[in-house]
Design a binder for this molecule. Structure first.
Ligand SMILES: Cc1cc2nc3c(=O)[nH]c(=O)nc-3n(C[C@H](O)[C@H](O)[C@H](O)COP(=O)(O)OP(=O)(O)OC[C@H]3O[C@@H](n4cnc5c(N)ncnc54)[C@H](O)[C@@H]3O)c2cc1C
Length: 283
């Protein structure tokens, strides 16, 4: 039977993580509860951080938004500061599962879960977010692009806890997230793509299109292509699909074969790139 520890301070939580063997931080519990019910989780110690003060804050400045680990996915969807500073993040969090899950799940639990199908990481990599990791050894910042290491493997070490996510101000409004699910609309995706056009110089002209892929490889993948004012929609789509093809390596499961997911992945990339190119032309 697992023991639940309910620390009252961050120092206490980090000490428990350092001292005990076989621990898991308990965030919203939406992933942990499912694994427990399925009988495939045998962790001895859960560190429930719900009573640690200051972990549910969102703060924004001109450079971006700082998000506490226990901020819910629903807050990311609805908070006016997040919607204004990083609208692509906001609209991507809004696509996760259903309101019941989004009201309970936390931003840190979401990324620490490390599932290759997660939606928010696709936006976090294109927005160049950073993850703050804390332990009794100190604090470190890891780029979201380095955070997702491999299948169910993230940068979080056994004695570490995610204590924040920082999302820089979105460099342009030309962003889009497209997700395809094969079983039900609010089910896990079998392919997703977040795309963002980024100005590379003072002229404000976009020079780069960033692409985050979800559910299409053993972990979230990040890619980018160069564009210039002469790049047509079709040029951008072709270049994005070419580079996406180098990363698409789907895992076959009940939601579809590898071939089916790869096809949907290319459709998602095309749809998101076309939306972004249209936004650039309309701006
Ligand atoms: C029915 C259902 C449908 C879903 N559909 C989708 C979907 O369409 N798209 C999608 O992206 N996701 C989907 N999910 C997954 C959902 O996003 C995750 O379950 C959720 O985000 C996990 O957050 P949590 O706070 O509940 O994590 P928890 O269950 O508390 O923890 C999950 C993992 O994160 C670790 N963890 C938690 N907090 C921290 C921390 N601060 N520091 C370090 N480690 C931590 C835990 O130890 C555990 O390993 C779905 C989940 C359900 C139940």
């Amino acid at each position: 039977m697992a023991t639940f520890h309910v620390p009252e301070t961050l120092d206490e939580a980090l000490s428990l993580l350092a001292e005990l063997e076989d621990t898991m931080v308990y965030g919203g519990g939406t992933a942990i509860q499912i694994l427990l019910k399925q009988g495939i989780l045998f962790t001895e110690h859960f560190i429930d951080i719900s009573r640690v003060p200051g972990l549910r804050e969102i703060s924004a400045d001109s450079d971006g938004v700082a998000v506490g680990p226990l901020v819910t996915l629903r807050q990311m969807e609805t908070d006016a500061r997040v919607r204004s500073v990083a609208p692509l993040a906001s609209s991507t969090y809004a696509e996760v599962a259903n309101p019941r899950v989004r009201n309970t799940a936390s931003v840190a639990g979401n990324i620490a879960h490390g599932d290759y199908r997660l939606d928010p990481p696709t936006a976090l990599v294109v927005l160049d977010a950073t993850v703050q990791l804390s332990s009794v050894r100190g604090q470190r910042e890891v780029s979201a692009r380095e955070f997702f290491v491999d299948f169910q493997v993230t940068e979080v070490q056994h004695d570490e806890m995610i204590t924040g996510i920082r999302i820089p101000k979105q460099p342009s409004t030309a962003g889009a997230f497209v997700k395809y699910s094969s079983l039900a609309e609010n089910d896990w995706p079998c392919a997703s793509a977040a795309v963002l056009a980024v100005p590379g110089d003072a002229s404000g002209e976009p020079t780069e299109v960033r692409i985050g892929l979800g559910a299409l490889a053993p972990t979230t993948r990040y890619l980018a292509i160069d564009i210039d004012p002469g790049t047509t929609d079709q040029d951008a789509v072709d270049a994005a699909i070419d580079i996406a093809n180098t990363a698409i390596d789907p895992i076959e499961d009940i939601r579809g074969s590898a071939t089916y997911k790869a096809h949907l992945g290319r459709v998602a990339v095309e749809e998101a790139v076309r939306a972004v190119m249209k936004e650039l032309q309309d701006a």
